[in-house]
Design a binder for this molecule. Structure first.
Ligand SMILES: Cc1cc2nc3c(=O)[nH]c(=O)nc-3n(C[C@H](O)[C@H](O)[C@H](O)COP(=O)(O)OP(=O)(O)OC[C@H]3O[C@@H](n4cnc5c(N)ncnc54)[C@H](O)[C@@H]3O)c2cc1C
Length: 119
């Protein structure tokens, strides 16, 4: 299916393609509550997804990202920073757009690395 949609229209196929990427991230790392909230809507196509990696000062070398994710008391993260060139970042094809963002956090207990994706 993916091969056919890419062959027919690569630009359009970026929308479901990036959604699958965001879904895989949620399925691999999010807790049960987040998975129940996001995945059914994304699988159905009602919501779409993106990947927010690139920043004005870094593209290839993602070790230079400055976007910060600060853990909040309720388990969420407050995110500050700038992202650019986000494919499928704004459109009317879906009810909601889920942005998975690459950010730095000081909460080392949540990861072996100081960096992790935050939605
Ligand atoms: C159409 C389009 C859609 C995009 N969509 C997204 C998206 O959805 N999400 C997202 O996060 N980003 C997106 N991007 C950004 C894309 O990921 C970056 O353009 C890419 O990572 C390259 O970064 P840069 O443009 O800053 O180039 P640079 O990182 O400045 O690289 C410029 C050149 O230098 C080379 N180079 C850089 N560092 C090194 C190194 N250490 N050693 C050797 N060579 C090096 C590169 O190979 C390249 O030839 C999109 C870009 C485009 C054009």
């Amino acid at each position: 299916m993916e091969e056919m949609s890419c062959a027919a229209n690569l630009s359009l196929s970026m929308y479901p393609g990036l959604t699958v990427g965001a879904m895989n991230l949620i399925a691999a790392h999010a807790n049960e509550q987040l998975q129940q909230t996001y995945l059914p809507n994304m699988v159905s196509g009602q919501w779409s997804g993106t990947m927010c990696l690139t920043e004005p000062q870094c593209g290839t070398d993602l070790g230079m990202i400055r976007t910060k994710a600060e853990p909040q008391d309720d388990g969420s993260y407050a995110i500050t920073g700038n992202k650019i060139w986000i494919t499928s970042g704004e459109h009317d094809l879906a009810e909601n757009i889920i942005h998975s963002s690459y950010a730095v956090t000081n909460n080392l207990s949540c990861s072996n690395d100081a960096r992790r994706a935050v939605m």
